[in-house]
Design a protein around this ligand. Sequence first.
Ligand SMILES: C[S@@+](CC[C@H](N)C(=O)[O-])C[C@H]1O[C@@H](n2cnc3c(N)ncnc32)[C@H](O)[C@@H]1O
Length: 249
Amino acid sequence: MRYYFGIYHWQRRFRRILGGVAPIVLGVLLWRLARRNHLRVAALGLVFVGGRRIRGPIRSMLDPPPWDVRREKYEQLAMALSISEDDRLLDIGCGTGRSLVGLADGLPSGTAVIGLDVFDDRVILGNGPRLAARNARAAGLDPAIVAGDAARLPFEEHAMDAVTACRVLHDLPRTDAEAALEECYRVLSPNGRLGVLELPLPHDADAEPDTYWRTRIVDAGFTVTASGTDGGYLWYVATPEPVSSREPA
Ligand SMILES: C[S@@+](CC[C@H](N)C(=O)[O-])C[C@H]1O[C@@H](n2cnc3c(N)ncnc32)[C@H](O)[C@@H]1O
């Protein structure tokens, strides 16, 4: 297997699978002990109920499978970012490296790539810098992997030419997502590009899902220069507005 990206949302999914395995085990035991037909029917019922319960979480664990990337959305984003070989690219919330792998084909060889994540393995089973580096290297990158918080980036201002945030902002509380976008603004060079790949999942129930992330990006001081959709995801490329045009008149 070339890549392994760990199991996303594994605690919730394993709990739901356990909740289905219990009736299956009970059903099998009952079947073996039962001497009467109505008990056997009950045993089959338990197995059926358990089977239905585990089907959902197993399907979602395999969508995509832990070794698959579903590259198209990342590739569209990478192309729109127009990275050149002297650029320094930071991928915040890189996790086990799926976004680094997905972006890799759109990066010229030699691009300096940094992946940053809090590496919280309560969300992704196996999340850690080693797995991120291994996957990224298998895609031909030579990344620096840094443990850190997207809302407090450990980099100087203007240190990056491009920053990507792929499928991470919706996982953060609203204030942290906003702080992360402000941090992207701070660390990007004046000619830098921000790339955001997100699900249409707003923090506020009454917000418009299709425009939510665009608004957050603009509020953080960027102008959106390109956008698109792929497989239910929205992507944006944006450039920082000059500081002078952000200051109140
Ligand atoms: C859904 S995964 C996305 C991983 C990868 N970017 C991708 O496209 O598959 C979200 C990642 O965000 C990370 N994360 C959550 N909060 C973070 C924070 N405050 N700073 C940096 N990374 C964070 C999680 O650890 C997880 O690896």
